[in-house]
Design a protein around this ligand. Structure first.
Ligand SMILES: Cc1cc2nc3c(=O)[nH]c(=O)nc-3n(C[C@H](O)[C@H](O)[C@H](O)COP(=O)(O)O)c2cc1C
Length: 457
């Protein structure tokens, strides 16, 4: 009798990083081996991208924020003092160079749609898609800092759910530009007739909506992927609804396998409700991996890293993310006591209460923003990763750095060979665009909302 063992799920990996000194591990820039202060130097980025490609990472995922973290203490001083996501440079501008220096690595770029008009943004993404030969993704975010709204001439951000309503319409506009303006057969390149493109196959987009009005042609010729691979990271009820409609890759954060399993199942079910295949959504969980050639080596790295953690910096980030001024309450108070210091409209009522004290939250958050810690030998880390994939139904990880680029170099040298040996991780890249590498498909599936703007549909 033939037995057929289920094929293990293929693990997906992104490096979760940012064009700044402190992404999610405040204080670690002070570690003697940390090199994040070289973030203004392209050599640093090229070295990092090559390391990731050597380890067959799917993408370098670049987070971004506009605005400073000024919720903590109601000013930006602690953020500026501790280099907490400020100074921060534009992630998009790194991509062409890094694409030129690599062959397969994808680039997930965060761009905050609240401050970027869709017409010009759509062209910028198409340009990147051309220059990377289809290796670009877009992390769709609406921003969460009022400081960005004030810096852009608005007093305050829109409310949480309204930001998603604007985002839904923004997506419609960019889909129209990317998918609906130029037909696949619009370009003739006919030297004899002198016709480069057939104007009859290039359509003017007219959009009259609640938040956007536009009348114009997309300016770029069709790029390899048209719509870049869409990443999204919202976990509220409204955020999940948005992800279920639009996202191809979803980022989530959390420490409990049961809770993450519930969230993933809700996201997949909601996608099915939109007529999409729930498996078309690739789910990445934030995690920080500290690998050693022995458990003792990994533990001593962790102990060493922890001595550099900046508790105040962690609270600066948490204050910005949660819209709560954690500087206004004593460190040993329960987190619930800080709720009264809410300064920004963040609807987190659907989250379970956190029983920890402010100090406990901050100490945990100094390393990778409090993401699950994968610690130990290659085999320990591979076991833990596989257990997350099986129990929580995620597809892979967004690996945050502790000390950069050391975290990634260690992962590639120590853990990747073990994952490959187990048959859960690629030994080579697939050819093609980022979308083809992730899911074997050149264009967005016909069930995706962008597809209805294509000609011939
Ligand atoms: C893993 C992860 C990564 C994120 N990265 C960014 C980012 O780079 N820039 C940004 O503005 N927001 C980022 N966010 C915030 C989300 O886009 C979103 O604003 C936030 O999760 C609140 O949405 P929600 O209320 O629907 O959960 C991230 C969130 C998560 C969980």
């Amino acid at each position: 009798m033939m037995t057929s063992a289920a094929k293990p799920k293929e693990l997906r990996l992104n490096a979760f990083y940012m064009n700044c000194i402190t992404h999610q591990s405040p204080g670690l820039w002070r570690h003697p081996r940390d090199q994040t202060q070289r973030y203004t130097d392209l050599d640093y980025w090229v070295e990092l991208a090559r390391t990731l490609e050597r380890g067959y990472f799917d993408a370098l995922f670049l987070a971004d924020v506009l605005g400073v973290y000024d919720v903590y203490g109601r000013n930006a001083e602690a953020a500026l003092r501790g280099a907490v996501q400020v100074p921060v440079n534009d992630p998009m501008l790194l991509v062409p160079t890094l694409a030129y220096q690599t062959r397969h690595l994808g680039f997930g770029v965060t761009s905050i749609l609240s401050y970027d008009q869709p017409y010009a943004f759509a062209r910028r993404m198409s340009t990147l898609d051309h220059l990377t030969k289809g290796r670009v993704g877009w992390n769709v975010v609406t921003g969460y800092l009022d400081s960005a709204a004030r810096a852009s001439g608005r007093g305050k951000q829109r409310g949480h759910d309204q930001r998603y309503a604007v985002a839904d319409e923004y997506m419609e506009v960019v889909y129209k530009l990317w998918e609906g303006s130029w037909q696949d057969d619009a370009i003739l390149r006919d030297r004899d007739s002198g016709i480069f493109a057939d104007p009859g196959r290039i359509h003017k987009i007219v959009h009259e909506g609640e938040y956007f009005r536009l009348e114009g042609y997309h300016l770029s010729e069709p790029s390899p992927q048209r719509t870049p691979v869409l990443f999204q990271a919202g976990s509220s009820t409204r955020g999940r609804a948005f992800a279920a409609r639009h996202a191809e890759c979803v980022f989530i954060a959390g420490n409990s396998k049961t809770e993450i399993a519930r969230l993933v199942s809700e996201i997949r079910q909601a996608a099915a409700g939109h007529g999409r295949d729930p498996r078309d959504i690739t789910v990445f969980l934030s995690a920080v991996a500290i690998a050693g050639r022995s458990r003792a080596e990994a533990q001593s790295k962790l102990d060493d890293y922890r001595t550099y953690g900046d508790v105040e910096g962690a609270l600066v980030l948490q204050s910005g993310w949660q819209g709560i001024d954690f500087g206004a309450v004593p460190l040993d108070n329960p987190l619930s006591s800080a709720r009264e210091t809410v300064t920004q409209a963040h609807d987190r009522s659907d989250r379970a209460p956190d029983p920890r004290s402010v100090r406990q939250l901050a100490e945990a958050a100094t390393l990778g923003g409090g993401a699950p810690l994968l610690l130990g030998t290659a085999s320990d880390i591979a076991d833990e990763m596989q257990s997350w994939l099986e129990e929580a139904d995620i597809d892979g990880f967004n690996l945050v750095s502790a000390v950069a680029p050391e975290t990634y170099v260690d992962f590639v040298d120590i853990v990747v060979p073990e994952l490959q040996k187990r048959g859960v991780y690629k030994r080579d890249y697939r050819s093609g665009t980022l979308r083809e590498k992730l899911g074997d498909r050149p264009r967005l599936h016909a069930s995706h909302p962008a597809a209805r703007f294509r000609h011939g549909n």
